[in-house]
Design a protein around this ligand. Structure first.
Ligand code: AR6
Length: 170
């Protein structure tokens, strides 16, 4: 996997992942940016799902985005760590990757799910993301490259640290 600084709406990956909410009807942060860049057809496609539970994932076309698909997953809202947040965040990465695999995506780009408005502690979230992605890549048949696209340097450094630690310990 790779870690980059950038704007996920510019990514040419086969699929980009959206840090959505359970309504799947858009919001602020990366969700707002993806809906603005994809155009109004994205919202129309999302309405058909009637929402999505935390940790699950749904796929739509990318419409006006360079990416072919958008995979929408609501990550957990941080509530102190005793509300299954870690498992739910793992599920968001795992279920998004499983959908990418099912749709024969070779390249997938993720934002830092749940570490913005949802307030998941950054270092802990980065460790979960890296471990889940690296484990998935060991057995993936379609997905070849996964990129974490970090919007700021603090976030990028946290994911770089998580990847370095993961590679040291495996
Ligand atoms: N490209 C990549 N990363 C971005 C971009 C971008 N264009 N814009 C923001 N980020 P957040 P959450 C980063 O709050 O915590 C929405 O309203 C951002 O800096 O977008 O999962 C949804 O509708 C941060 O590092 O997502 C939900 O209601 C990361 O993306 C709620 O926010 C995630 O921040 C989801 O909260």
């Amino acid at each position: 996997m790779e870690i980059q600084l950038g704007d996920i709406t510019k990514s040419k990956a086969d699929a980009i992942v959206n840090a959505a909410n359970t309504s799947l009807l858009g919001g602020g942060g990366v969700d707002g940016a993806i809906h603005r860049a994809a155009g109004p057809k994205l919202l129309a496609a999302c309405r058909k799902f009637n929402g999505c539970p935390t940790g699950e994932a749904r796929i739509t076309p990318g419409f006006l985005l360079p990416a072919k698909f958008v995979i929408h997953t609501p990550g957990p809202i941080w509530q102190g760590g005793q509300k299954h947040e870690a498992q739910l965040l793992r599920n968001s990465y795992q279920n998004s990757l499983a959908l990418a695999e099912k749709y024969a995506c070779q390249t997938v780009a993720f934002p830092s799910i749940s570490t913005g408005v949802y307030a998941y502690p950054l270092a802990a979230a980065a460790n979960i993301a890296v471990a889940t992605i690296q484990n998935f890549l060991k057995q993936a048949k379609q997905v070849q490259q996964v990129t974490m696209i970090c919007f700021d340097e603090v976030t990028m450094r946290a994911y770089q640290r998580a990847l370095t630690d993961h590679l040291k310990n495996t």
